[in-house]
Design a binder for this molecule. Structure first.
Ligand code: PMP
Length: 462
């Protein structure tokens, strides 16, 4: 039996069903391809045969051009913590738009958003705003290189995602054939176009593996400017730290005089003070994005004044960091409204809904007789078809992604939107009712794909 042929048959049938349900999206996709390579401008949102085109969204639901309604568990890749068109954000932004959208002068709302972030995150005394998480990680790494006195190497986790600049595009989703030994992961460019010289500047270490991480960091310690890590690996599959890995990283980097950067672009939604508040760890620099922009393009990085001051033009030798839309008042107002609606008890509520979802998915796997689990924390999670406990990128890679792709299309058919790889997030617009709808649909999908798993991956049948 050829597993690929069986998968092609199953996914072919699922895609045909999808096409029959989504003729208007098909027409739009056809036209889109004429002007946009691949019909869109975001790789992450693409799946075959084509993504649905959205008409509008409200709360935790959105409506596509074919008239289907979806409960949105993707939330624009976790960024819409309040779902779509939250009234306070709409009001704040509408009022600001009437007063002007951007000025080549600072505005007061920028101070207010910075004050809110610094007030919530103990390790952050000052911030700089950008328009994306990509820009923010790029500038944070630059700041670290400057503060280190010109050291250039960057340590990152295998499977860690930090945006799309060159350094960030190393070992994001390499195949298991190209990763190299776990004792010394290869620095694999995510695509052609990433210079070899950039890969040489990036030391890739396995998340949650203290022994290898310490060995490699010590080996290159004289050349390393910083270690950048997501407190929970997000895009790789929502993998939380184990056995005090983050604390270990904090201790080691402090000992070796290397800056530690927490990329909290996703994880900041784990609690009032972000993931670092949850774990009680203070990195040197923190990167923010997504929820601090209330649904508008945003990025920011911050840390201690002694590091951040290099960006002040008041300093004799300062580092320029510009952007036409940096700190624009529309994003700032949206960000303020978003964070003001996130009091500690609100995090508690969505984290508890997220816990129900994680437990429910685990139970659904158990009841279905298929080996699998949900990883994650609080409002963030990801189901995996796997018989091993997932603790790093390679563990996810050894899982059954084909089954996940089938479940993704199955969930869409049932009005549930998650990422193709399974990234799932809960928004404040949700209640137990939506969690229950998700779990019912998930259970139905498991029953649907069970014969496929029995045929192609019997080791996943209990
Ligand atoms: N860091 C992390 C952890 C992310 O998840 C992302 C985006 N998903 C980024 C950085 C890049 O952010 P942006 O897409 O806004 O450039």
């Amino acid at each position: 039996m050829n597993k690929q042929i069986v998968f092609d048959e199953w996914i072919g049938r699922a895609r045909k069903k999808f096409e029959e349900r989504n003729p208007k999206s098909a027409m739009m996709y056809e036209k889109a391809q004429k002007y946009l390579p691949g019909g869109d401008t975001r790789t992450a949102t693409f799946f075959k045969p084509y993504p649905v085109f959205t008409k509008e969204g409200k709360g935790c639901r959105f409506y596509d051009v074919d008239g289907h309604v979806y409960i949105d568990f993707l939330n624009n890749y976790t960024s819409l913590i309040h779902g779509h068109a939250h009234p306070a954000i709409v009001k704040a932004v509408t009022e600001q738009v009437k007063r002007g959208t951007v000025f080549a002068t600072p505005v007061e709302s920028q101070i207010l958003l910075a004050e809110i972030i610094c007030g919530r995150v103990k390790s952050v005394e000052q911030v700089r705003f950008q328009n994306s998480g990509t820009e923010a990680t790029m500038h944070a790494i630059r700041a670290a290189r400057i503060f280190s006195g010109g050291k250039s190497k960057v340590v990152k986790m295998e499977g860690g995602y930090h945006g799309t600049h060159d350094v960030a595009e190393v070992s994001v989703c390499p195949t298991l054939e190209e990763v190299g030994p776990v004792s010394r992961p290869r620095s694999v460019p995510n695509s052609s176009g990433i210079p070899k010289s950039v890969c040489e500047e990036v030391i890739v270490v396995p998340f949650n593996n203290k022994e290898v991480t310490e060995k490699l960091i010590r080996e290159y310690q004289e050349e390393i400017a910083c270690v950048i890590v997501e407190p929970m690996l997000g895009s790789a599959g929502m993998i939380p730290q184990e056995d005090g890995y983050l604390e270990f990283l904090r201790d080691l980097t402090r000992k070796l005089d290397i800056l530690l950067i927490f990329d909290e672009v996703i994880c900041f939604r784990l609690g009032y003070g972000g993931a670092q508040g949850l774990y009680g760890i203070e990195p040197d620099l923190t990167v923010f994005g997504k929820i601090i922009g209330g649904g508008f393009p945003v990025g920011a990085f911050g840390g201690r004044k002694e590091i951040m001051k290099v960006f002040s033009p008041q300093e004799k030798s300062f580092v320029p960091q510009s952007g036409t839309f940096n700190g624009n008042p529309v994003t700032m107002e949206a960000g303020i409204a978003s964070l003001e609606a996130l009091a500690p008890d609100v995090f508690e509520r969505i984290n508890s809904l997220g816990d129900s979802l994680i437990r429910g998915v685990d139970l659904a796997f158990e009841r279905s007789g298929i080996k699998g689990m949900s990883t994650g924390l609080g409002s963030l999670s990801n189901p995996h078809f796997s018989s091993e406990r997932i603790r790093d990128y390679r563990g996810v890679g050894r899982g059954n992604l084909e089954a996940m792709h089938l479940v993704h299309l199955g969930l869409l058919e049932r009005g549930i939107n998650i990422a193709q790889r399974g990234e799932t997030s809960v928004s404040t617009a949700m209640t137990e009712k939506e969690i229950s709808s998700y779990l019912t649909a998930f259970e139905e999908c498991l029953a649907e794909v069970k014969p496929f798993i029995e045929q192609t991956a019997p080791e996943l049948i209990q």
